[in-house]
Design a protein around this ligand. Sequence first.
Ligand SMILES: [Zn+2]
Ligand SMILES: [Zn+2]
Length: 803
Amino acid sequence: MGEESKWREYWREHDVYRFDPHDKSRRTFSIDTPPPYPSGDFHVGNALNWCYIDFVARYKRMKGFNVHFPQGWDCHGLPTEVRVEQTFKIRKNDLPPDQFVEMCRKLTAEYITKMKQSMNLLGISSDWALEYKTMDPSYYKLTQLSFLELLKSGHLYRGEHPVNWCPRDETAIAEAEVVYQERKGTLHYIRFGAANEGIEIASTRPELLAACAGIAVHPKDEKYKAIVEKTITVPIFGQQARVISDDEVDPHYGTGAVMICTFGDKTDVRWQKKYHLPIIKALTENGRLSVDDPRFRGLKAEEARKKIVAELQAKGLLNKTEPITQNIGTCWRCQTPVEIIARPQWFMKTRDMTQKVVEWAGKLSWIPHFSKQRLVDWAESLDWDWVISRQRIFATPIPVWYCTKCESTIIPDEKSLPVDPRKDKPPEEKCPKCGNRELRGETDVLDTWMDSSITAAVHAGWPNKSELFNQLFPADLQPNGLDIVRTWDYYLLVRSLALFGIAPYKTLLINGMVKGTDGRMMHKSYGNYVVADEAILKVGADAFRQWAAAGGSTGYDIPFRWNELEHGKKFLTKLWNVARFVLTNATDPLPPKKPSNLSLIDSWLLASLQKLTHEVSEAFEAFQFNTALEAIRNFTWHALADDYLEAVKHRLQPGREQSDLKATQYCLREALMTVCKLLAPICPHISEAVYHQFPSGATKSVHLENWPEHEKALDDTSIRNGKLLLDLIAHARREKSSKGLSLGEKVKRIVVSTEAEHLHLLKENEETILRTLKADTLDLERLPSNSSPGREPSAEFKVEIVA
Ligand SMILES: [Zn+2]
Ligand SMILES: [Zn+2]
């Protein structure tokens, strides 16, 4: 059992998971595996995500599909740059871009190696022949191609609009990358205007006094009615701010009057436009104050705040302060509070697409269903278009040049892709519009989601729209975590609708988040974080995968519990023992077909097996992995090991009738083989190990076997009657042991009293009863019937043992 690595080696050697693009006999099943950031970490939450994908991939292969399961790496973007900066203690601009990119590539390659090892350790069946990296020129040339296509079809534009900005990373970030966090702040009550006619305004950000372009009050607020449309002098910086009235002002916040700054938040952006207020750029791109006043120029926002507060205090303009809890937008990567800054950026017109997105979301299959609403709510909440340009280095270059005179955009020929306008020559000698010979390459780069939101099409071979493209695109499955529905699934959808007019996926399989052993969400900073390798090395991949399957319903958060992993390990030991027992007792050649002389217990086992196959198949079809695993574990542990094995042990003794022996051996092997196949998607290693123990000798991997079939109509009679017989045996056993008799000890007589309708059945199975309980005679007596219509057909027994 501790041989998991041996089987992984076997799969690699035999290329078990290879997708065959030329196979016309099988239907394809394509998975658009989300390419993770190569961060080097593969925690149990990632592992959960990949387990789900792998359960489906393995199940579909056995169902006869030609499964397309690629694995890629979303290399570009902030996370890697930040890591390089931290690892080498540099800033991105300390080095020439080429050198910085080289460092990012190297670090990325190291991390990919590490994460690939973790995925392999977990037994993930991705087809490594389909591996791709978004930082490879062969990939990012397609990102650039998609940019040019969207530009030509009018989905992109360049403009100067306010966007979310991370002052630490010095780049624009999208709304999806802003994480709201509760933080403690201070509300400062500041005196504006002249001493006798001014007003008081409360603000958490006094440093923005420098950017204050207006003051807003509520139209119904009597206190301020007289000053609407007047101007008031801003303290310290001295500019004039016009007072406007707007319904959006909360008259109960602070004093009911608020500053409108360039750009304090989204409301400020709206009001600036609506009331044509001046734009006062008081913050630089690295979050420092850019004002004429030498006392504050160049200070970081936080330092500026302190100094300005001190100044206000000194001048007697600070009336009071009070603590406040605020919901602050922060950068998803570095947790720095975001600013809003306007500079030229590239945008995708996503707001126009909201209705289409909502429509398409309704046509897709969402597992679980509630995850759909996440996407719809998100799409409907977006106020701004998607900003797709970034002011970073390690990313796909934006393939455009500009005329320095008339600012026209010059694009390259698609055949010349990939290009890097930061160093490559422009495609034209002069501006086609004005003839100017001075052209400048774009230095901004693309948002990493621009790379990773076309993966489904890229896997399918785009831009080559062959027959295979139509088979693989849209992907059959889009698996990802609930936390990235609003990013991943949204971006995938808008890109695909704009480029191809359809959604890039058919079914979305959404996993919940993993909670730590302390019940909180698993997070590095909480100290409840578990690296997947640690858990897998401790209990084995198959035990870990059982936790992933059984930990909870698909789509809901699941707790990480070591004892669940141990439980999984125990099950594997049980299964292994059962397999050893079965295979050492059923080594004889078997009849190819089901024997005709089956006892009730045999029919019961085979019928239960049919029922199990039915349940597990349905559960896999519905992506309910916990239901599938529980059914398999229950059957193996109880029906097969506790009930059947105990009831038929006597038939395996030497000297027993050959036909009985064959029937038992047939049933045992049938049950073990079926369990082995049903369990293969969840526990691939032990299933393979058991499969290879069969005396017929395995000629291929269990993962290339067909999924077990089951007859349409279940044999309910055998299940019901078998259960009755097993109940009696269990009852008699308890009786025996309560008399201090061991199970193997012979007894003279068993007296069973039960309802009349069961007597016949028990008489028919007298031999099984006697042999299992080691008794000489069986006396059957009649109990008054107490069965009522509609009652479950379980019987009441009175059992007496005569030693
Ligand atoms: Zn940041
Ligand atoms: Zn020009």
